[in-house]
Design a protein around this ligand. Sequence first.
Ligand code: SAH
Length: 467
Amino acid sequence: MILTIETTHRPATDLGYLLHKNPTRLQSFKQSFGEAHVFYPEASEEHCTVALLLDVDPVALVRGSAARSDTGPLAQYVNDRPYVGSSFLSVAIADVFGTAMAGRSKERPELASTTIPLAARVAVVACRGGEPFLRRLFEPLGYRVTVHEHPLHGDDELPSRYFTLELAGEKRLGELLTHLYVLIPVLDDQKHYWVGADEVEKLLRHGEGWLSEHPEREAIASRYLRHRRSLVDDAIARLTHEEAPTEEAAIERDAEEEVLERPLSLNQQRLATVLAALRASGAKRILDLGCGEGQLLSLLLDDPRFEEIVGMDVSYRSLEVASRRLHLDRLPPKKRERIRLIHGSVVYRDARLTGFDAAAVVEVIEHLDPPRLSAFERATFEFARPSSVVITTPNAEYNARWPSLPAGRFRHRDHRFEWTRAEFERWSRDVAERFGYSVRFTPVGNEDPEVGAPTQLAVFSRHEIHG
Ligand code: SAH
């Protein structure tokens, strides 16, 4: 399996500086799956080509259990992995050309951020979806794409999955390497390692500046994340945000919202009111759905009456922050046992959420796209079905009273809607009616005679079934 990259930039041998690999030497790098070799078949002023050759050892794969096989013991040894571009190639690119991929060069920093004529050739890639899919992936990124199909002998009826792929364009080297790094495992649609939530961060980091605009972004995210639904949803939600915000930007925005609300210390009043409602319900086992960075969790943890506390959020980064803020790694064992953080979405039925006394959903529903609201309703009120549900959301009428909020703007850029009191009450009563709950409302924060309080809160109580 071999990747070559060539340039006609003058002097072409600058490619060696960009890659931090000397054109006159052959270098080898040990990998978990075998070995990666870097050499230059050609290095002149006019034309320079670097080759990354992967020597994949199928036996090492099995020994290191780097390969997972769904197809039985023999397939572990006899498979196409050694011969085709796959996620091994990505691993090797990151390992051997990591600095160049990040766009850095010690000797040629300017060249690293300049577009130069580049051509890459991967022999061979396995691609589900064939030539059309290869084109749909690379052409929107501005590459001229050439595809050679390798027919399978004796199986002429079937379209081949194997191709030699050539890409050409004026690109920064880091860009080209990043595109290959992300998209090659996507072609093949299998990854040799288990994907966890940190893969979402990796995908978003490497996809920065191109993935959110890519017409195939959903297919890319699905395949990259091995079709793991909660991860794919997380990635797509974050890719399709208006400005594809980075997590830092999101945190900044939360800070913005806090600043806006600080004169009332509304956040603290809200948490105190939610906590009081949970205590009053007599609940011992609590869900905090959309727990964010864990402010409510921290209050719950300090009250021993809450015996089991589960915080769930769709953002893995928020859960990491929550885990740090709550010092989960240093809690005394008895306290530690009372709390768990789980990654998930409030719009899906989730067996982990059944059997609780109460759920808090604090400043979350306004982050859901209106069409997904009914999925949230069913997942929470029909499936998880705790005895009490406490929901808070902004009161849109109050926005007129924020001195620093321009008219017509939401309090937070990620809000999909903000409801008036009448709208929230109508929705809540309808939900209560449909799922067999009663509901009452409490204003939170300084109440204005005309527009009400800044936050609205509803407590839903499940009707007990008699007889
Ligand atoms: N409840 C917290 C955080 C509110 S911010 C608090 O009051 O401080 C909204 C939170 O909802 C964010 O952490 C966001 O990641 C989360 N969220 C948005 N959509 C979600 C979904 N579909 N499922 C679970 N959490 C979601």
